[in-house]
Design a protein around this ligand. Sequence first.
Ligand SMILES: [Fe+2]
Length: 354
Amino acid sequence: MSETLNLFPGRVLYGAGALKECRELLKGKRVFMVSDAGLEKCGVLAEAVSALEPDEVYLMNCREPRLSDAQQVLDALAASGADAVVGLGGGSVMDAAKAAAAALDSGKGLSELLGSVSLKRRCLLMLVPTTAGTGSEATCNAIFIDDADGVKKAMISSAMIPDAAVLDPMLTLGLPAAITAFTGVDALCHCAESYISVKANELSRAWSLRGIELIKENLPRAVNAPRDIEARQNMLFASLFGGAALRIAGTTAVHALAYPLGKRGVPHGVANSLLFYEVMRGTLDDPSSLIPGFEALSEMIRALPLPKLSGYAIDAGEVPVLAREAMDQTRLLNNHPAPVDEATAARIYSTLFA
Ligand SMILES: [Fe+2]
């Protein structure tokens, strides 16, 4: 028998202005909001504060959170006496918020909770994505850079699946085109990789497939017409579906090869956008037979306004090291439907510098 628990957020609230109607869910609670300093500048934070009236707001200031950043969130949450946590932001903020909420009653620090852990969360957890990409609002993973060795590590617990996920497209209307594009490609990779993963099942494939369709139809629209509310809403659904599919099937070789690039400063979604076509082409006999619309999706990615690898401080001489580091991502490589060895990884990285 196989079983999957806590598949999905307890509730999903969506629609333009959905956030404004969420105060009711937090009624009678002492609310600790975690957000991103960047959202203060664009007005999204003020909007959320006025909608949810949190008792305390903790602002993070980091693109890729370190374990110590998330520990500070946990310490501030513990000191606040809050019994509800709202994570408002991209994947980094939501990861820190859900890890802190899940760890709150454990009596342990986050460095003691890496890997798969059994935790009981008593506080209410609400996650509000402000980008359509990570799907963190539906996954039980939080990824942090370990301060001790600089390696990205995961905390995995079903206690991190939120009680509520709020998909309000109004919060994403102000996203610049490039961020819309690369976060959207991250969501696409979650859907496509989970679809071909050896761990995929009928539940995950249904989410993956619908996510792929939605992204194909809506990502170019959201990039070209940023205030297209329907396209923004559909991208948020696709991102949620990608996260839910990851919960079962995980990612595969694209994400495995993206990690070494991320370590060198390439944003996660940019790394995935560079690698999607090359990894699938370089490792699968016939990617089009496994991923519906593979060639059209690759074309779509090429047409998006994405940063190029030449904009980052990495050169072709690093290919052997990148390939070696990618081999450390055994958890993801084992999900891939074909073997990926170091020589194959090196060949794929080389194509990025050609
Ligand atoms: Fe990702």
